[in-house]
Write a protein that binds this ligand. Structure first.
Ligand code: 1HE
Length: 267
């Protein structure tokens, strides 16, 4: 990556903080006085950041400062928008979250407190979600007279099923962390305060994978879930052949055969 792009990635609005732990980057929502509500500057900052992640970062963690992961859309910016501006706003969220979901590196979200509205849409765009026991999920859009706009109507039904999302929207139903992991909102539940460490551990593991494997998991699996069986199988065969011909894969296979690699055991 050029120095200019790297500059753009690190020049963030005050509502976002970036720090490194070796090959793992941590992007922190940093507006705790507004419960990390997502204003336009933050969404633009997320898009810019994920468009130009520094080359030495191999996996990312997204974390929220304060008592809550994210209170969703900054409602104070909503009132004056007309239809055209509303569409442009939603499309800006789509761009930012697509950068996360279909970017270069896998992303782990650490969820605690409110994970609501656009905060839940942001979490859904990440590849892995670790919830602390305080996390709860809601779609207040229903009671605010608005609709999802950050890709949630597409991503959330794929996580928990369309009828559950309809229930959340229409009745204001909330789910806690334990229900959330059973339904598919999160992959892991940990005790209060343990989410960031767990997310970094997972991110370090992913950062150690062959980049081609991470690419295949992040880009081919969601694609195959949405296309017909024959196209999916063909895509799988192509991706498998590409991945295994990578010198990194060859080295790892040799390591296993020559007994230098760890075995696959229950952990
Ligand atoms: C906000 C926002 C916000 C807090 N936009 N300012 N999201 C919602 O409908 C959720 C709205 N927020 C809440 O229900 C509560 O704030 C929380 C349950 C998340 C946290 O409660 P609490 O008691 O810790 O904080 P608070 O006192 O309600 O809020 C602290 C401040 O943050 C306060 O501002 P202040 O200037 O009076 O101190 C709040 O106004 C402010 N704040 N949440 C703006 N969301 C792409 S479409 C996506 C559509 C949606 O996301 S709709 C869901 C919006």
């Amino acid at each position: 990556m050029s120095d200019n792009k790297h500059e753009a990635a690190t020049r963030l609005p005050p509502s976002l903080h970036f720090e490194r732990r070796d090959a793992v980057g941590i992007l922190r929502l940093f507006r705790p006085h507004k419960r990390n509500a997502l204003d336009d500057a933050t969404i633009q900052g997320i898009e810019n950041f994920f468009a130009a992640i520094p080359d030495d970062i191999k996996a990312m963690v997204i974390h929220g400062e304060g008592e809550h992961f994210c209170a969703g859309l900054d409602l104070s910016e909503l009132s004056e928008r007309d239809i055209a501006a509303g569409i442009a706003h939603s499309r800006a969220w789509h761009r930012a979250f697509e950068r996360i979901e279909f970017g270069r590196v896998p992303v782990v979200a650490v969820l605690h407190g409110a994970v609501v509205g656009g905060g839940l849409e942001l979490a859904a765009a990440c590849h892995i979600r670790v919830a602390e026991r305080s996390a709860y999920y809601a779609l207040p859009e229903g009671s605010r007279g608005i609709f999802l706009g950050g890709g949630g109507s597409v991503r959330l039904p794929r996580l928990i099923g369309t009828t559950r999302v309809i229930d959340m929207m229409l009745t204001g139903r909330t789910y806690g962390a334990d229900e959330g992991v059973a339904l598919g909102f999160s992959h892991y539940v940990v005790e209060a305060g343990a989410g960031l460490a767990k997310a970094i551990e997972l991110a370090e593991r992913m950062a150690g994978n062959a980049p081609m494997t991470n690419f295949a998991a992040m880009h081919v699996l969601p694609h195959n879930a949405e296309q017909d069986r024959a196209s999916g199988l063909l895509m799988e065969a192509l991706m498998a052949a590409i991945a295994q011909s990578d010198p990194e894969a060859k080295r790892r296979l040799r390591d296993f055969l020559e007994k230098r690699a760890p075995k696959t055991v229950l952990r």
